[in-house]
Design a protein around this ligand. Structure first.
Ligand code: NZQ
Ligand code: ZN
Length: 391
C-alpha cells in the first residue's frame, strides 16, 4: 500500500426531508449572501427550489438564483457565474442538482477570489489557493461530486472537457442527500448514474499497487451492493431503500474512501470525456460503452485485476491457467448486467454509428499527453484500438 493522506471535511446530511435543513447548514458555514446554482428546471418542476428558498428565508439569508446549467457544463456559464457573484457580493455557493451543477458551482467558487482566468486551474497554469464555500443539495446519484474535490468543465473553444482536482479547497462543506429527491429521475439518468459510480470504483480497483486488500474488498462490496440494488430501483423507482443504498454508494465510490494507498488510473474517464465533449452524450452512458472495451484490452495485456474482478465480483469460477478467458467471462457478465438496465454497451447503441476515432484519439492525447492511464500506460495506437473495440 502506498503512503496517502485522506481528509474529507464534508458534513453529509442524509435522509427524508433533509433539504429543509439547508438554511440552518448555510448559516452554520458562514453564508451571508448565497448564489443558488441549478440546472434545466427539474428542481423547479418538483417544487424543491421553493422548499429550499423557504428554508433560506427562515434563517434570513439573502440569495439570488442562476439556473440553466446544462449536462456536460461549459465555461461560458462559469464566467457568467463569477461575474454575477462578484457584482452581487456573494460569499457562498449553493448547488442544487447533479454533477453538472455542482461542478459549475465549484468552478465559480474557485474563480471568484482569483484574479486571472478560472480556466488557468483546469489547464494547469495555476493552482486553486482559495475558494468560496460550496454547499450541495444532491438530486442525482452519479458523478460523486457531492463528496469529491473535483470539478469537470468543458471549454467551448476546442471542446476541451477537463477535470480539475483540488480536494483541499473544493470538497463541499455540506451535502444534503435525500433519496426521495431521486424518485423523479428518468430511468436513462438513473442507470447512467449507476454506471458512472461503478466506473469510479473501477478507476481505483484496477491498480498495480500491491497489498491493498482493504481497498479491494471495499470496492468489491460496493460493486456487489450496486448489482443487488440497481434492478430494484428500475423495477420500482420509488423504492426508498434501494434509492438510499444507490445514493450512498455513489458518494462512497468517489470520495476516496475506497482508494487509499492505491495508484489510480482514470483512463476510461479520460477516454469518455472526449466522447461526451464531442458528441454531448450522458457521461455514464459514454462510460458503459468505453469501460468494457478498456477492460477487454486489459484482460489481454494486464490480466491480474480483470481476473480477480471476474471471480470476486461476478462469481466466475477461478481457473488459474485460463486467466484471460475467466476475465472475459467477467466482462461479458458486466455487459449483460448493464444491458439489462438499458445501458448502451457499444457506440452504435449509444447512437453514434461512425464515431470520429481519429478526432477522439487526437484530442485525448492533446489533453492527457503521449501516454494515458496507469494500470497500463497507453499510446495513441493502443487507445485507438480500445475505441475500435467499442464499435
Ligand atoms: O438540469 P435538470 O433539469 O435538473 O435535469 C438533470 C439533467 O438533465 C436531470 N436530473 C437531475 N436530477 C434530477 C433530474 N431529473 C429529474 N429528477 C431529478 N431528481 O439529470 C440530468 C443530468 O444531470 P447531471 O448533473 O449532468 O448528471 P451527473 O450527476 O451525472 O453529472 C454529470 C457531469 O459530472 C461530471 C461528468 O463528466 C458530467 O459533466 N463528472 C464529475 C465528477 C466530479 N466532479 O467528481 C466525476 C465524474 O466522473 C464526472 O466526470
Ligand atoms: Zn464519472
Amino acid at each position: 500500500m502506498n503512503n496517502f493522506t485522506f481528509q474529507s471535511p464534508t458534513e453529509f446530511v442524509f435522509g427524508k426531508d433533509t433539504e429543509n435543513k439547508t438554511g440552518e447548514l448555510c448559516r452554520k458555514y458562514g453564508a451571508k449572501k448565497i448564489l443558488i446554482v441549478y440546472g434545466g428546471g427539474s428542481i423547479v418542476r418538483s417544487g424543491l427550489l421553493q422548499r429550499i428558498e423557504s428554508s433560506l428565508k427562515s434563517v434570513d439569508i439573502p440569495f439570488i438564483t442562476m439556473g440553466g446549467i446544462q449536462p456536460n457544463p461549459v465555461d461560458k456559464e462559469v464566467y457568467k457565474g463569477i461575474d454575477f457573484a462578484r457584482k452581487n457580493d456573494i460569499n457562498f455557493l449553493l448547488a442544487v442538482g447533479g454533477g453538472s451543477v455542482i461542478d459549475t458551482a465549484k468552478a465559480i467558487a474557485a474563480g471568484v477570489p482569483y484574479e486571472g482566468d478560472f480556466w488557468d486551474f483546469y489547464c494547469n497554469k495555476a493552482k486553486v489557493e482559495k475558494a468560496l464555500n460550496v454547499g450541495v443539495v444532491l438530486t442525482i446519484p452519479a458523478a460523486g461530486s457531492e463528496g469529491s474535490g473535483n470539478t469537470v468543465i468543458t471549454k467551448l473553444d476546442g471542446l476541451h472537457k477537463i477535470s480539475l482536482r483540488a480536494p483541499e479547497h473544493l470538497r463541499p462543506t455540506f451535502s444534503i442527500m435525500n433519496p426521495t429527491l431521486t424518485f423523479t429521475l428518468p430511468q436513462k439518468q438513473t442507470v447512467a448514474g449507476i454506471c458512472d459510480m461503478m466506473v469510479h470504483i473501477s478507476e481505483r480497483y484496477f491498480t498495480n499497487t500491491e497489498e491493498v486488500e482493504t481497498g479491494d474488498r471495499i470496492c468489491e462490496g460496493l460493486y456487489k451492493a450496486i448489482i443487488e440494488e440497481a434492478p430494484k430501483v428500475i423495477a420500482n423507482p420509488r423504492d426508498y431503500g434501494a434509492r438510499a443504498n444507490i445514493m450512498w454508494a455513489g458518494m462512497v465510490a468517489h470520495n476516496w474512501t475506497s482508494a487509499f494507498g492505491m495508484q489510480e488510473c482514470w483512463c476510461s474517464h479520460f477516454m469518455e470525456h472526449e466522447i461526451s465533449a464531442v458528441y454531448n452524450v450522458t457521461h455514464g452512458a459514454g462510460l458503459s460503452v468505453i469501460f468494457p472495451a478498456w477492460l477487454t484490452y486489459m484482460a489481454k495485456h494486464n490480466v491480474h485485476k480483470p481476473y480477480q474482478f471476474a471471480i470476486r465480483v461476478w462469481d466466475v469460477p477461478a481457473i488459474s491457467n485460463l486467466k484471460e478467458e475467466v476475465a472475459l467471462e467477467g466482462i461479458s457478465r458486466l455487459k449483460q448486467f448493464w444491458s439489462s438496465l438499458g445501458l448502451p454497451v457499444n457506440f452504435k447503441e449509444l447512437g453514434i454509428e461512425n464515431p470520429d476515432i481519429d478526432l477522439l484519439v487526437k484530442k485525448l492525447h492533446e489533453n492527457k499527453g503521449e501516454l494515458v492511464g496507469s494500470y497500463m500506460q497507453l499510446s495513441k495506437e493502443e487507445t485507438r484500438q480500445i475505441y475500435e473495440l467499442a464499435l
